[in-house]
Ligand binder design. Structure first.
Ligand code: FES
Length: 272
């Protein structure tokens, strides 16, 4: 147990020599019966991120600490972890703003997923559900000669969903995922929404049927954990609500889409 007193400072007030206590959950299935917490003292500056702190621990204090990271710029999604009880990208989270009044921050792996080692979790169910919604675009046979025209409303509808970086923060914050790994999950349903709303896609009816089964949109409890967890500020809950509405009028939506296919070179309005 480290023994020093820390008064929480604003990032501007941090000086050279200031330190923070980083509590990390450790678990090596080869030797440990269950996870346990370990504390490390880490130097910090106003710019130090939680990923910097973990990297300091790994290179200077304990090389066995295991975690995923790659881009360091909130793009690849590999560094999602649970920080003080909330899922975050640690490369995008300042250390100084994560400390409690004792100068400590607690970092654990994403919840509801099997732990491989320390912060590294098994994302098999995450990717399995993602593939289940056919995340790729299925274009129609009669592709227009020039380009698919899209209205500003259609672009607006797609814009948010396409900025998802597949970090898994929403998936592992979802309490339904905590109950069953059969649930498709907010990440995959957001992708399904993106494809259903895309005028270039030719199988929206099939997609709506796929997400309407017992493990799909009706399994969502609408408790907004996914919105709180998303580091990109996306709204999977709203996407799920839209899919629910469209699923209820799937035949009409399919007919409207077929009509749209006849006029692919004309922009159209999105009406949900
Ligand atoms: S390291 Fe790529 S998102 Fe954090």
């Amino acid at each position: 147990m480290l023994n020093f007193i820390f008064k929480r400072k604003t990032p501007e007030a941090i000086q050279q020599g200031d330190k923070a206590v980083v509590r990390v959950q450790r678990f090596n299935p080869d030797v440990d019966e269950k996870p346990y917490m370990q504390e490390f003292e880490v130097p910090m500056s106003p710019e130090t991120t939680l990923l910097d702190a973990l990297q300091y621990i790994k290179t200077e204090l304990d090389g066995s600490l295991t975690f995923r990271k790659s881009c360091r710029h909130a793009i690849c999604g590999s560094c999602a972890m649970n920080v003080n009880g909330s899922n975050k990208l640690v490369c995008h989270t300042p250390l100084s703003k994560s400390l409690d009044h004792h100068g400590r921050v607690t970092i654990k792996p994403l919840p509801y997923l099997p732990i491989i080692k320390d912060m590294v979790v098994d994302r098999t169910s995450f990717w399995k559900q993602y593939l289940r919604v056919k995340p790729w675009l299925v274009p129609p046979d009669d592709i227009p000669e020039k380009e698919f025209r899209m209205s500003p409303e259609e672009v607006e509808a797609l814009h948010n969903a396409e900025t998802c970086i597949m970090c898994g923060a929403c998936y592992s914050a979802c309490s339904v995922v905590g109950m069953t790994k059969e649930y498709i999950g907010p990440h995959a349903l957001l992708k399904s929404f993106l494809r259903v709303m895309d005028p270039r896609d030719s199988i929206p009816g099939e997609r709506l049927a796929d997400v309407s089964d017992t493990d799909g949109v009706y399994r969502c409890h609408t408790i907004f954990n996914c919105i709180d967890a998303c580091p990109k500020g996306l709204n999977p809950t709203q996407a799920i609500e839209t899919l629910r509405k469209l699923a209820q009028k799937r035949e009409a939506w399919e007919a409207a889409r077929r009509e749209r296919q006849k006029h692919l070179t004309e922009p159209t309005d999105v009406k949900v």
